[in-house]
Each structure stands twice: as C-alpha cells, then as structure tokens.
Design a protein around this ligand. Structure first.
Ligand code: ADP
Ligand code: MG
Length: 548
C-alpha cells in the first residue's frame, strides 16, 4: 500500500487533502487482489478441518492458554486476524454461528472458493459487478433447488432430531460419545420448546419458539462423558454455606439476594474512636442487632433458603442455621438471574421491604457431590422450562470442546424444530446443486453465465474438501457422486468419509437442517458480493484512528 495523504489536485495544481496524514489508499484491482488474497488464506486454513476426517487446530493465545478444537467459529474467533478482508471472513462464520449454529467452516470455505473463482473471471476481463449479479442469481436458484430436494419432517420425529444432533457432532473430538450428547441436546430442546401462535417464523407451517437462554450448559472435568446428564433445573456451583444447615430442602421457598448479609464496611477507612470498654461493647451489640434484624426479616418472609450474590457474615450464618434456613453465598450474577427466571423469584436488594411475594419456588433444592466439589441443584422449578446440561469428561480441554459441540447440537435441533425440513450431508446437496446449476446456466445469456458456472464450482469445494481430508481420490469421488446422482436421480449421494466411498448419505443418517444450508449459501454469497464491490481501500493510519 502506498502511503498517501494527498489524493487529488485541483486544475490549478493545488493539492486537496482528503485523508488524514498517514492514511493509506489501495485502489482498483490491487484492492480486490489484496482482499481476495487475505480471504483465501483464511479459507485455506479451514479447509483441512472440514468434516469428520478433518484435522483439529491447536490454538495458543497470548497468555499461553491452549484450546484444541475442530470448530470453525472457535478457530476464527481465537485467531485474532488483522487484515480487514480476513476479518470479513471471520464475520461470515460469526453470522452463521449466531443464526443457525452450525455450518461455519463450510460458509468460509465456500466464500473463499467464490472469491478465488471471481479472481479468475476478473482476470478474463469480466467486471466484478457482473460477477456479483451472477452469483446472486445462482444463489437464488441454488436455494430453490435446495428447497425442492429438502425432506419435510414432522415435529415429533425424535429419531431424526437425534441424527441431526449426531451429524453436527460427527466432526468433533467428542464424536465417539455423540449418541449420549445428542440425546441430551434433543431432550433439552424438547423440554424448552413451546408451541406458540406468535412464532418467530410466521411463514413456516407451524409455530414453535425455542428460547435457548432456558438451557444452561455446565461443565465439570472428571468422570466419563457418558456420565453427562440433563437436570430439570439449575445447577449452582457453590456449596451450602454452613455445615449444619439443611442440605436437602423440599418445597423450597427461595430468597435471591444481590446485596451482602453483612454490616456494610465503609468504602473509606472510617475511624471509630473507642475510649471506654462499654463503647466497644455497644458497638458490637449494635452490629449484632442489625444482623439479627436482617435474619429476622428473612425468617418472617417464610424463606427456607437464601441464595446470595455477595458475602454472608459468620454471625448471619449462625442465626440462619439456628432458624433452620440454608444459604449459599457468592453465587454468580448470571446464576442468580437464571434462578430468578426458573423459580419466579424477584432479586431482592433491600431486606427491609422483603415480602413473601418476592420468594421463588422449587420442589427440591439439594447439595450433591460432583467430583471433589459440592454443588447445589435447584430442581422441580416453578418454570419447568429451566434446564441444565451437566457435561462430564476426562479433562478440562475435553469438556470445553464438548461444551462447544453441545452448542452446535442444541442449535441444529432448534433449527429443525423451528423449520422442520432436512437435507443429507457429506457434500451431497452441494454437489447436486452444482450439477443442476451447470445445466441451468446454459440457459442464461451473457457473461453472467460464467459467474453461475463459477458458483457451481465453488459449491463443489465442500465434497472436494471432505474427500481430501479423508484421503480419498478427489477426482474419482466427485465423478462417482455426479454419475450416481444422475443415474439414480438421487440428490443424497455424497462422500461417506467413514467407509471411504461414495454412498447415499440419507440412508447413512447423515442429515442436517435445511436452515443451516440455506444460511451458509446466503452468508457466503453476501460477503463475497460485498468484497467484490470494493475497489478502494482507505485505511486510517494505525494508532491515530479517531472517531472522526
Ligand atoms: P461446519 O462448521 O461447516 O459444520 P464441520 O467440520 O462440522 O463443518 O463439517 C460439516 C460437514 O461434514 C458437512 O458437510 C457434513 O455433511 C459433513 N459430514 C458430517 N458427518 C459426515 C459423515 N459421516 N460423512 C461424510 N460427511 C459428513
Ligand atoms: Mg458442523
């Protein structure tokens, strides 16, 4: 990039400053080339992780902590990319992750391929605008084909839900236990799904809502992954604060407190001058009396357990114990909020205006041992939609990857509950759409035809990468898929990376939500289009960027 602060001159030769000193400008084809080069690097990095036979990445952050993952979104998030175009690739993955939760790697690979093909077309003299139009046309046609081949399912087909969750975890480190994790994901989503007349997707043929905030994923290293479980309630990773307090409370009336049960220590050091022993005694008595009043207020409200976000004084603990009230202290704010939602409690700050109506309800509150820790399980809540998944596993890294995989699994099950249609995986849908697009392109006149053909080739990058990562012959595999799809009129012929052959992936139960594939195509195309339309990169000087 050349460093330019003067970008124009008037006819009289007077320089006009358009950019701040130190800014740089890259123009035209150079800008496009530069952006495509960066985006291609990101895409090529992710190619090797795609699919069940994809490799994992080890990411080391600036603090030296290590993450081992196969999750495209996580890899990109941790990579700390600097180049603006590369950042756009990261954003595609994020958009797909937020919308549908899976397909992040695929979207980046397809976008990379679209850009690579576009670069070739530009070299052949086709204007980027024409390419963008062609790509958009191709995408609309691709979505149509996708919807035509998609299989509608019924909302109670739990076996299909399970296979969708399993497919999303096929490519993860935790795939050996995907049967257990998939069951947890399906049961969790079914527990929180609600039929509603005001669904988020009024155009779909049914009305469901799934609030993933109701599902809390907790992890604890130790034990085996198969010991992971679904808890109909909330888990608080703290113990009951005093050994003599009840550890099991039936019909719990829960007080959620976000202030401390202590006498406020003043912020600044206050000096209390005590000259006589009586004064000291008075002072302590006053403190005792205030704490007693606090506990009395709690007692009168009818609460039998206090869950406190801040600290609880020893004296307060003693009074509470005497009153038969259990307590947990220093509970995370997010847990307190989840408990409020689950038990119907109001989070109380001031005990003086505490009323029985502020309390929440749970059928059972119990302290249980989890490995070496004691955690409190709040179950049979007023709102039965509050669910927790407790993930167990051999080590910290394994449970972390399991948690990420659980996110994907929960999201894909949510996707099909909201939009009950599926397609088969293994690159089958991509290869099929590519074939159909090629045939369709011949009917499109002009240069857009080239862009449509390029789009179809970009889709092939999915079956190609899957085959490549499995060590299969790419050319033979692709040829095999194409001929079998045509001869059997079967769109579900794809790469079976486990058996290293071309097979009907629907029969193998490798299935994915239609919504995921739609989102992948949309996001990849849109970001590519955005990048192709850039013909000028104006970069502010580093470190001097201001809000101007
Ligand atoms: P993404 O982030 O795009 O979801 P993944 O690494 O999860 O990337 O890989 C997903 C791809 O792997 C999809 O195309 C899916 O169809 C494919 N896939 C999953 N399981 C299998 C399998 N057993 N055989 C072949 N392909 C599979
Ligand atoms: Mg995936």
């Amino acid at each position: 990039m050349s460093s330019l602060s003067v970008v124009g001159t008037t006819r009289e030769g007077v320089p006009v400053m358009l950019l701040k000193e130190g800014s740089s400008q890259t123009r035209g084809r150079d800008a496009l080339k530069n952006n495509i080069a960066a985006a291609k690097i990101v895409a090529s990095m992710l190619k090797s992780v795609l699919g069940p036979r994809g490799m994992d990445k080890m990411l080391v952050d600036s603090m030296g902590s290590v993450t081992i993952t196969n999750d495209g979104a996580t890899i990109l998030k941790e990579m700390d990319v600097q180049h603006p175009a590369a950042k756009m690739m990261v954003e595609i993955a994020k958009a797909v992750d937020d919308e549908v939760g899976d397909g992040t790697t695929s979207s980046v690979i397809i976008a990379g391929a679209l850009l690579e093909k576009a670069e070739e077309l530009v070299k052949q003299g086709i204007h980027p605008t024409v390419i963008v139009d062609g790509y958009r046309k191709a995408m609309r046609q691709a979505l149509e084909i996708l919807n035509r081949i998609a299989e509608e399912i019924t909302a109670d087909d739990h076996a299909i839900f399970r296979n969708i969750a399993r497919t999303s975890m096929e490519s993860k480190i935790v795939s050996v236990d995907s049967d257990v994790l998939a069951d947890l994901a399906v049961n969790a989503i079914l527990a929180v799904a609600e039929e509603t007349r005001h669904g988020e997707h009024p155009n779909d043929n049914h009305f469901m809502a799934v609030d993933l905030d109701n599902v809390k994923v907790q992890k604890k290293p130790g034990g085996a992954m198969r010991d992971s479980s679904l808890i109909k309630g909330i888990i608080v990773d703290k113990e009951i604060a005093h050994s003599e307090m009840p550890k099991k409370i039936i019909d719990a009336k829960i007080l959620l407190l976000n202030s401390s049960l202590e006498i406020e220590k003043t912020e600044f050091e206050a000096k209390i001058s005590i000259d006589r022993p009586e004064q000291m005694k008075m002072f302590l008595e006053e403190e005792t009396r205030m704490i007693k009043t606090m506990v009395d207020n709690i007692k009168h409200s009818g609460a039998n357990i206090v869950i406190c976000q801040k600290g609880i004084d020893d004296l307060a603990l003693e009074y509470l114990t005497k009153a038969g009230i259990s307590a947990i202290k220093r509970v995370k704010e997010s847990d307190v909020n989840a408990l409020a939602k689950a038990t119907g409690a109001r989070v109380v700050t001031n005990l003086e205006d505490l009323s029985p109506r502020d309390l929440g309800f749970a059928g059972l509150v119990e302290e249980r041992k989890v490995e070496t820790d004691k955690w409190v399980f709040v179950e049979k809540c007023k709102n039965p939609k509050a669910i927790s998944i407790l993930i167990r596993g051999g080590s910290e890294r394994v449970v972390e990857e399991a948690e990420r995989s659980m996110h994907d699994a929960l999201m894909v099950v949510k996707d099909v509950v909201l939009k009950p249609a599926i397609i088969a995986g293994g690159g089958s849908a991509e290869a099929y759409i590519a074939q159909k697009l090629r045939a369709w392109a011949s009917g499109v006149s002009g240069r857009e035809q080239y862009a449509i053909l390029a789009f179809s080739e970009a889709l092939d990058s999915i079956p190609i990468s899957l085959a490549e990562n499995a060590g299969m012959d790419v050319i033979d595999t692709l040829a095999g898929i194409r001929s079998k799809q045509l001869s059997g009129n079967n769109p579900w012929i794809g790469v079976d990376v486990k058996d290293m052959k071309v097979a009907d992936m629907r029969k193998k139960n490798i299935i994915e939500p239609l919504a995921v594939k739609e989102q992948v195509l949309k996001s990849a195309t849109e970001t590519t289009a955005m990048m192709l339309r850039i013909d000028d990169i104006l970069a502010a000087a580093r470190g001097t960027a201001s809000g101007a």
